[in-house]
Design a protein around this ligand. Structure first.
Ligand code: 13P
Length: 252
């Protein structure tokens, strides 16, 4: 059975106290829920990772990073390595978010190198991708998504896929309030799974958790999560509010 995952990408929000407070509130809120097969993840900014890990102790909340550099160390001002993240207990890193691609020039090629560093360091990645509005309007969305996955991930051995969680985030739905319909999400997720099956095997594709991201809210989460190939969500805005995030977790 695939893991169900609800992950909150906090982006550049929440200072140290706000991060601790939100985790404390989240701990209380999810304690009552069974959530046996659900992973609950939060991704605070780098400087608050250590304090957030401490705040999340004795709970099922996993604290993950929002990015990582591919090199072991060296003259890369402002960057963070796998060793640094591992040294504070981080096990999972979000890579390839559309904001990283748009504002920081990350490409399929640079992301492939980051994914290699994830595998070499026994980390896990939540790997993000998704089409632009113009791609969907011109009906190129399947081709775009296929190339994003193929270019960054299809050099991996089948065994490496146990370290990969996919997050389909159509760029037109991120922070816009406009979400993909549950049918659109299912259609794309099924396409992604079949693309992986074709390249690798059903055994590999069946095990991959594919999250949907883009304006997920408590009001639409249940319908999106009810689809068979949607294994959870990567949540932005609604993850900053404990009631909304808990509502989304409950929806799964
Ligand atoms: P929103 O939920 O704010 O649309 O953001 C989604 C996202 O980018 C998560 O990584």
């Amino acid at each position: 059975m695939r893991a169900k995952i609800v992950a909150g990408n906090w982006k550049m929000n929440n200072d140290k106290d706000e991060s601790k407070e939100l985790i404390k509130d989240l701990k209380k809120a999810i304690k009552k829920e069974g959530l046996k097969n659900t992973r609950v993840i939060v991704a605070p900014t780098f400087v608050n990772l250590s304090s957030s890990i401490k705040a999340a102790r004795k709970s099922k909340i996993e604290v993950v990073a929002q990015n990582m550099h591919q090199s072991k160390n060296g003259a890369f001002t402002g960057e963070i390595s796998a060793d640094m993240l591992k040294s504070i207990g981080i096990k999972t890193v979000i890579l390839g978010h559309s904001e990283r691609r748009t504002y920081f020039n990350e490409t399929d090629v640079s992301l492939a190198a980051k994914v290699d560093a994830i595998i070499a360091n026994d980390l896990e990645t939540i790997f993000c991708f998704g089409e632009l509005l113009e791609d969907r309007k011109s009906e190129n969305h399947f081709a775009v998504v296929e190339s994003q996955i193929a270019n960054a991930l299809f050099h991996l051995e089948a065994d490496a896929w146990k370290s990969i969680v996919l997050a389909y985030e159509p760029v037109w739905a991120i922070g816009t309030g406009e979400t993909a319909s549950a049918e659109q999400a299912q259609e794309m997720h099924a396409f992604i799974r079949s693309t992986i099956e074709k390249k690798y095997s059903k055994k590999v594709s069946d095990k991959i958790s594919i999250l949907y991201g883009g304006s997920v809210k408590p009001a639409n989460a249940k319908e999106i999560f009810s689809k068979p190939d949607v294994d959870g969500g990567l949540i932005g805005g609604a993850a900053l509010n404990v009631a909304d995030f808990t509502g989304i977790i409950k929806a799964i």
